[in-house]
Design a protein around this ligand. Sequence first.
Ligand SMILES: Nc1ncnc2c1ncn2[C@@H]1O[C@H](COP(=O)(O)OP(=O)(O)OP(=O)(O)O)[C@@H](O)[C@H]1O
Length: 834
Amino acid sequence: MSDVDSSGIELERRHESCAAVSMGQRRCGPRILMHGLTYHVASNTNRGERAYLLKDISAYFEPNQMTALMGPSGSGKTTLLDLLAGRKTVGKTEGHLSFGGVAPSKPFLRRYTGYVEQFDTLLGDLTVREMLLYTAELKRPMREPMELKRGKVEELLRRLRLESCADLRIGNPLAKGISGGQGKRTNIGIALISEPRVLFLDEPTSGLDSYTAHEVVRVVRGLLQDGTTVAATIHGPTAATFALFDRIMLLARGRMVYFGPRGLPALHYAAQHWQHAAASVKAVLAEMRPADRRVTAASALGAATTATATAAAASEDDDTATAAAAAAAVTTIALATGICSGAGEGLGGAAVHEGGLRAGAAPGACKAPGAAGAVACKDVGAGPHVAAAGAVGAACAPGAGLSYLALNVAEVLVGALTEADHHGGAEELAAAYGRSELRRVNEDRLALYLLAAGVSTSVSITGTGNSSIATGSGGGLQQGTQLPRQDPKQSGPAGSRSSSSRSGDDGGSKDVEQPPDREQQVNGAAAPAPAAPVLSRLTSPLASWSSGLEPDQEAIRELATRSETGTPWYWGLWTLLRYRTSRNYRSPSWLLPRVMDKVIISLIIVTLYWGVGNKPNPNNIVNIQSSLFMWALLPACGAASYVPAIVLERRLFVRERDDGLYRCFTYLAAKLLEEVCLSLGVSVAFSAYVFHGLRLQGQWVVFWLVYFLDMVVGIVLAYLVAALSPNMDVANMALATFVMTLLFFAGQIMTAATMPPWWSWYSRIDFLRYAWGALMVNQFESNDAELTGGITILKYYSLLGISKWAYLGYLSVFFFVFAVMAQLALNYMRHQRR
Ligand SMILES: Nc1ncnc2c1ncn2[C@@H]1O[C@H](COP(=O)(O)OP(=O)(O)OP(=O)(O)O)[C@@H](O)[C@H]1O
């Protein structure tokens, strides 16, 4: 359809549908506008240099359209998606990037865009259905009835063909659950559950069989009717799957080497412009049947642009002759776009059908030789009218030579591009695109879109291939203008006008200079239409476009959102507890590491120090104080078992936070709550039997409180260390080292009185000191046993006169301090560098 899009017909149709949004009929997502988008990072190969991962990308992704990002591995496809989705954590971005003219804020990106990442990040303990429901509860409005949410989930399960595994546990690499393909589709379901305005997909079909891959892309395509803007990186799609895309952007070494229709026009472009890669493309074209090759006569691009003017003219003044020409042109495009490869949806076919009829051509039908599986010839709109009919017929009838239907354009293009890239030709291809007519047309349209979107621009559509768009003042990242937007009732586009713009009230086209005559050669073949009609076609309806192309009011409101999540924090907390904590409490692999260390150590303490607590004779005092020290130390040492909860889950946490499921605070609060609740039960049970087994003195409640507080301080300390550490190795090392340092300064190994003054500060911030100190005071305050020379044990350890309640208070302060630090670390530490 995009091929038709380049002609403007289909595009206009969509704009009309978008315009209807303002009348409350449909949603229309924002158009993504990029101009001169450049992204660079510190090179990891050449020290001190910058690596330009994206360079000078100027393009637009349309609402209601699906754009494929393609290119060799490492060409920058994921980088571009990350940049658009605001998920880059390093590097510097320059150029203009806006969504419908508005700089995309983080809250908007999190709440209203979906991103399907290359790698699955799912909760292994949930079933597929639960995973979708969990996401629905966090992403969809809190007040939406549960039945509606369930309905959406069931619909997605059906559309993604996940019904058969809906109640299967997702599993993990150690305990296999659903298959890789089912996991991929579940991930896509997660992104779709909130019906996002914009959807980014990074290799959504990798690991899927061709049938499922096609189904997945077809489901995504179904979103377009909701006005979603879709961009996806894709490797090696089948011809049928490729036909589901509207446009393609080809990248090589971070440079754009093609942006336009996906069908034969792209092949012709490559044959004409890709010096060193052209041979393979030309060979493919040479193999094609003459009828399929006919499109070369005017070059696909020329034909497409010609059709824009002629078909539109036909629809306006109903001139029969022009209608015929339009039909021919439209049919030519039909061939170029592979309308016979409608792949079950009548994709391109439907559009061309519409275009054909509109231009006066009679409908016709054909039966294709069924070249490649699902690539089936559908009802073709452009009828037996003038030369077009012959062309369509020839294209669809069996005959000698390679049919377009049998051709996987994606494979040919990416193959040729990869070959050129291997021979160091990426720069050359980018330069060729820079010189091409295609780029000029693209940039002219981008200029109009920027104007229509109200971006502060200086637009010059020169028609000489060097059209320029200067966005705002120079330097740094220009991310569009901010709201409020211009009143749509006002004529012309919103935003500031070009200094070179003419003033007047002719509906917006005044803002664009009419182009001078220009070279008519396109792709080496005579372009049958001059630029002027094309441009006038592009510019004349600018006024209506400027309203029709703007995101609807709802989208504008969404773009201005300040909240990163769609649901309040308490709802997020409740949902996390219901779906995750409830599963964790039932999972032995989660429970055992949290309980077993306490079981073993407490058993050792009880059996080793059985009944020592009520025998405070000088021989036993050492045993009592060392058993209390071990009791204080146990939770701190056991903290290591809480590290994986943060480190191993990091990828999931980052994805869910970036998806706007919850805030950092909500996540941490849920994690702490589930651990604290478990610790409460565990600490009561273990402290009871140890306290009585050892026949300790003082109050049991203090003994228990010390253990409980010590435990939760250890947990939050583990979270802090995990949040600060890039991986498990570092976290384990850091936590173990830190806990070891605490041993030295707790006051038991070296008493506070004998500690060198330069270390006494550390003993003050050693939470073990307060834990053990409170236990000692609790044990000996009523019976302070004498050691030697009249020195009592509390005096010896500098604990005389200490309030155990004060020490318990200090201990709880550590919990809050570590919790705040862990929250900051989770929020601001970026270990996933992308
Ligand atoms: N710091 C760096 N210095 C130099 N090159 C880098 C740096 N960081 C990333 N790159 C390169 O940037 C390129 C872009 O990677 P990206 O993941 O966007 O490619 P891709 O097209 O999505 O690849 P694939 O299809 O294999 O997923 C890669 O070639 C990578 O090696």
